[in-house]
Design a protein around this ligand. Structure first.
Ligand code: HPA
Length: 245
Protein backbone atom coordinates (compact mmCIF):
# COMPACT_ATOMS: atom_id res chain seq x y z
CA UNK A 1 0.00 0.00 0.00
CA UNK A 2 1.45 3.37 -0.95
CA UNK A 3 1.79 6.19 1.58
CA UNK A 4 -1.15 8.56 1.09
CA UNK A 5 0.49 11.57 2.75
CA UNK A 6 3.53 12.40 4.80
CA UNK A 7 2.93 14.90 7.57
CA UNK A 8 5.73 17.05 8.97
CA UNK A 9 4.64 18.22 12.40
CA UNK A 10 5.78 21.58 13.72
CA UNK A 11 5.99 23.07 17.20
CA UNK A 12 3.07 21.68 19.21
CA UNK A 13 2.51 18.66 16.96
CA UNK A 14 4.92 15.85 17.75
CA UNK A 15 2.36 13.11 17.15
CA UNK A 16 -0.96 12.71 15.36
CA UNK A 17 -3.93 11.72 17.47
CA UNK A 18 -5.91 8.99 15.76
CA UNK A 19 -2.86 7.67 13.92
CA UNK A 20 -2.68 3.92 14.47
CA UNK A 21 1.10 3.57 14.60
CA UNK A 22 2.33 0.47 12.80
CA UNK A 23 6.10 0.97 13.08
CA UNK A 24 8.90 3.50 13.27
CA UNK A 25 11.70 3.57 10.73
CA UNK A 26 15.19 5.02 11.07
CA UNK A 27 16.30 6.39 7.68
CA UNK A 28 19.89 7.43 6.93
CA UNK A 29 20.46 9.84 4.05
CA UNK A 30 23.48 11.16 2.13
CA UNK A 31 22.73 14.48 3.86
CA UNK A 32 22.84 13.14 7.41
CA UNK A 33 20.15 12.19 9.85
CA UNK A 34 16.54 13.40 9.70
CA UNK A 35 14.92 14.97 12.76
CA UNK A 36 13.97 11.47 13.98
CA UNK A 37 12.67 8.11 12.84
CA UNK A 38 9.71 8.21 10.47
CA UNK A 39 6.49 7.09 12.16
CA UNK A 40 4.33 4.92 9.93
CA UNK A 41 0.66 4.46 10.66
CA UNK A 42 -2.89 4.32 9.46
CA UNK A 43 -5.77 6.77 9.61
CA UNK A 44 -9.04 5.18 8.49
CA UNK A 45 -7.03 2.44 6.81
CA UNK A 46 -4.90 4.91 4.77
CA UNK A 47 -1.14 4.88 5.17
CA UNK A 48 0.40 8.04 6.65
CA UNK A 49 4.06 8.79 7.43
CA UNK A 50 4.85 11.30 10.16
CA UNK A 51 7.98 13.20 11.11
CA UNK A 52 8.34 15.76 13.90
CA UNK A 53 10.35 18.58 12.33
CA UNK A 54 11.93 19.70 15.60
CA UNK A 55 12.46 16.14 16.83
CA UNK A 56 10.10 14.04 18.92
CA UNK A 57 11.32 15.83 22.05
CA UNK A 58 11.10 19.23 20.32
CA UNK A 59 14.80 19.99 20.81
CA UNK A 60 15.95 21.03 17.29
CA UNK A 61 15.64 24.78 16.65
CA UNK A 62 14.41 25.96 13.22
CA UNK A 63 17.86 26.95 11.89
CA UNK A 64 19.33 23.58 12.93
CA UNK A 65 16.69 21.34 11.34
CA UNK A 66 18.32 19.10 8.72
CA UNK A 67 15.75 19.98 6.07
CA UNK A 68 17.62 18.12 3.33
CA UNK A 69 17.75 14.89 5.32
CA UNK A 70 14.07 15.18 6.24
CA UNK A 71 12.88 15.66 2.67
CA UNK A 72 15.30 13.07 1.29
CA UNK A 73 14.12 10.52 3.84
CA UNK A 74 10.47 11.02 2.88
CA UNK A 75 11.28 10.79 -0.83
CA UNK A 76 13.30 7.62 -0.29
CA UNK A 77 10.23 5.99 1.29
CA UNK A 78 8.20 6.61 -1.84
CA UNK A 79 6.24 9.55 -0.44
CA UNK A 80 4.68 11.78 -3.11
CA UNK A 81 2.55 14.20 -1.08
CA UNK A 82 3.67 16.16 1.97
CA UNK A 83 1.62 18.26 4.38
CA UNK A 84 3.72 20.57 6.54
CA UNK A 85 2.26 21.89 9.78
CA UNK A 86 3.94 25.01 11.13
CA UNK A 87 3.41 27.50 13.93
CA UNK A 88 3.48 31.13 12.76
CA UNK A 89 2.90 34.69 13.92
CA UNK A 90 0.01 36.65 12.40
CA UNK A 91 0.77 39.93 10.64
CA UNK A 92 -2.35 40.99 8.71
CA UNK A 93 -5.80 41.27 10.35
CA UNK A 94 -7.22 37.92 9.16
CA UNK A 95 -4.29 36.03 10.69
CA UNK A 96 -5.68 35.86 14.22
CA UNK A 97 -4.12 33.62 16.85
CA UNK A 98 -5.43 30.01 16.79
CA UNK A 99 -6.49 30.33 13.11
CA UNK A 100 -5.36 27.89 10.45
CA UNK A 101 -3.98 29.28 7.19
CA UNK A 102 -3.18 27.51 3.93
CA UNK A 103 -0.49 29.83 2.53
CA UNK A 104 0.03 30.24 -1.21
CA UNK A 105 3.22 32.30 -1.34
CA UNK A 106 6.56 32.58 0.47
CA UNK A 107 9.21 35.25 0.85
CA UNK A 108 12.50 33.81 2.10
CA UNK A 109 14.47 35.86 4.65
CA UNK A 110 16.51 32.93 5.97
CA UNK A 111 20.28 32.65 5.55
CA UNK A 112 23.06 30.17 6.05
CA UNK A 113 20.84 27.08 5.79
CA UNK A 114 21.68 24.13 3.56
CA UNK A 115 18.98 24.99 1.06
CA UNK A 116 19.51 22.94 -2.10
CA UNK A 117 20.32 19.46 -3.38
CA UNK A 118 21.65 20.99 -6.58
CA UNK A 119 25.21 22.04 -5.75
CA UNK A 120 27.92 19.36 -5.93
CA UNK A 121 28.67 16.86 -8.68
CA UNK A 122 26.13 18.28 -11.10
CA UNK A 123 26.10 17.37 -14.78
CA UNK A 124 24.59 20.79 -15.45
CA UNK A 125 23.33 23.73 -13.46
CA UNK A 126 19.73 23.10 -12.41
CA UNK A 127 17.02 25.60 -11.47
CA UNK A 128 13.51 24.76 -10.28
CA UNK A 129 10.43 26.79 -11.13
CA UNK A 130 9.22 28.16 -7.79
CA UNK A 131 6.68 30.76 -8.97
CA UNK A 132 4.02 28.92 -6.95
CA UNK A 133 5.94 27.42 -4.05
CA UNK A 134 3.09 25.25 -2.76
CA UNK A 135 1.71 22.32 -4.74
CA UNK A 136 -1.88 22.94 -5.86
CA UNK A 137 -2.93 19.32 -5.39
CA UNK A 138 -2.04 19.21 -1.69
CA UNK A 139 -3.33 22.78 -1.13
CA UNK A 140 -6.66 21.70 -2.60
CA UNK A 141 -6.64 18.53 -0.50
CA UNK A 142 -6.11 20.66 2.62
CA UNK A 143 -8.93 23.03 1.67
CA UNK A 144 -11.25 20.05 1.00
CA UNK A 145 -10.16 18.44 4.28
CA UNK A 146 -11.02 21.63 6.17
CA UNK A 147 -14.48 21.63 4.64
CA UNK A 148 -14.97 17.93 5.32
CA UNK A 149 -13.82 18.27 8.94
CA UNK A 150 -15.79 21.50 9.49
CA UNK A 151 -12.62 23.43 10.36
CA UNK A 152 -12.34 27.09 9.37
CA UNK A 153 -9.20 28.04 7.42
CA UNK A 154 -7.86 31.19 5.78
CA UNK A 155 -7.32 29.93 2.20
CA UNK A 156 -4.46 32.24 1.15
CA UNK A 157 -1.51 34.07 2.61
CA UNK A 158 2.10 35.01 2.02
CA UNK A 159 4.46 33.35 4.48
CA UNK A 160 7.61 35.25 5.54
CA UNK A 161 10.29 32.70 6.39
CA UNK A 162 12.64 34.21 8.98
CA UNK A 163 15.83 32.82 10.46
CA UNK A 164 14.96 32.63 14.15
CA UNK A 165 15.20 31.33 16.71
CA UNK A 166 14.47 34.77 18.09
CA UNK A 167 11.17 36.40 17.23
CA UNK A 168 11.25 39.52 15.07
CA UNK A 169 11.45 43.17 16.03
CA UNK A 170 8.38 45.34 15.51
CA UNK A 171 10.24 47.19 12.74
CA UNK A 172 11.06 43.92 11.00
CA UNK A 173 7.37 42.98 11.05
CA UNK A 174 6.46 46.42 9.61
CA UNK A 175 8.93 45.71 6.81
CA UNK A 176 7.53 42.21 6.21
CA UNK A 177 4.02 43.66 6.02
CA UNK A 178 5.23 46.28 3.52
CA UNK A 179 6.72 43.41 1.52
CA UNK A 180 3.25 41.83 1.35
CA UNK A 181 3.63 39.13 4.00
CA UNK A 182 0.61 37.97 6.02
CA UNK A 183 2.26 35.52 8.39
CA UNK A 184 5.74 34.86 9.71
CA UNK A 185 7.41 31.61 10.65
CA UNK A 186 10.85 30.03 10.70
CA UNK A 187 10.56 26.75 8.84
CA UNK A 188 8.91 27.10 5.42
CA UNK A 189 12.32 27.61 3.84
CA UNK A 190 14.24 25.77 2.67
CA UNK A 191 11.70 23.01 3.28
CA UNK A 192 9.32 24.00 0.47
CA UNK A 193 12.10 24.50 -2.09
CA UNK A 194 13.76 21.20 -1.24
CA UNK A 195 10.40 19.46 -1.68
CA UNK A 196 10.12 21.01 -5.14
CA UNK A 197 13.68 19.95 -6.01
CA UNK A 198 12.70 16.36 -5.17
CA UNK A 199 9.42 16.68 -7.06
CA UNK A 200 7.40 16.16 -3.89
CA UNK A 201 3.93 17.73 -3.90
CA UNK A 202 4.16 19.88 -0.77
CA UNK A 203 1.81 22.34 0.92
CA UNK A 204 1.45 23.75 4.41
CA UNK A 205 -1.10 24.37 7.09
CA UNK A 206 0.09 27.24 9.28
CA UNK A 207 -1.25 27.58 12.80
CA UNK A 208 -1.21 31.13 14.12
CA UNK A 209 0.36 31.09 17.58
CA UNK A 210 0.53 34.84 18.31
CA UNK A 211 0.23 38.29 16.84
CA UNK A 212 3.61 39.11 15.30
CA UNK A 213 5.86 41.63 17.06
CA UNK A 214 4.28 45.07 17.38
CA UNK A 215 0.85 43.82 16.26
CA UNK A 216 -0.61 43.88 19.74
CA UNK A 217 0.04 45.99 22.82
CA UNK A 218 1.60 43.33 24.98
CA UNK A 219 4.93 41.55 24.63
CA UNK A 220 4.74 38.09 23.10
CA UNK A 221 4.83 35.50 25.86
CA UNK A 222 5.65 31.82 25.57
CA UNK A 223 2.51 31.08 27.64
CA UNK A 224 0.37 32.86 25.04
CA UNK A 225 2.05 30.94 22.20
CA UNK A 226 1.61 27.68 24.06
CA UNK A 227 -2.06 28.33 24.80
CA UNK A 228 -2.92 29.37 21.23
CA UNK A 229 -1.01 26.43 19.79
CA UNK A 230 -2.93 24.01 21.99
CA UNK A 231 -6.19 25.32 20.50
CA UNK A 232 -4.83 25.72 16.94
CA UNK A 233 -3.10 22.34 16.79
CA UNK A 234 -6.32 20.61 17.91
CA UNK A 235 -7.94 22.15 14.82
CA UNK A 236 -4.95 21.11 12.70
CA UNK A 237 -5.40 17.51 13.92
CA UNK A 238 -9.07 17.59 12.88
CA UNK A 239 -8.01 18.95 9.51
CA UNK A 240 -5.50 16.10 9.10
CA UNK A 241 -8.21 13.57 9.80
CA UNK A 242 -10.26 15.37 7.13
CA UNK A 243 -7.53 14.55 4.61
CA UNK A 244 -8.79 10.99 4.51
CA UNK A 245 -12.55 11.69 4.72
N1 HPA B 1 7.60 34.84 14.30
C1 HPA B 1 8.28 33.82 13.70
N2 HPA B 1 7.96 32.55 13.89
C2 HPA B 1 6.94 32.26 14.70
C3 HPA B 1 6.20 33.27 15.36
C4 HPA B 1 6.55 34.63 15.13
O1 HPA B 1 5.94 35.58 15.68
N3 HPA B 1 5.25 32.65 16.11
C5 HPA B 1 5.41 31.31 15.90
N4 HPA B 1 6.42 31.08 15.06
Amino acid sequence: MTIEFAVIGGTGLTEIEGLEVTHREVVHTPYGEPSGPITHGLIDGKRIAFLARHGYTANIPPHRVNYRANMWALKSLGVERVVAIAAVGGITPAMQPTRLVIPDQIIDYTYGRAHTFFEDGLEHVTHIDFSWPYCAEVRNALLAAAECAGVEVVPHGTYAATQGPRLETAAEITRLERDGCDLVGMTAMPEAALARELDLCYAACAVVANWAAGKCDEEISMEEIHHNLTVGMANARSLLRGLVC
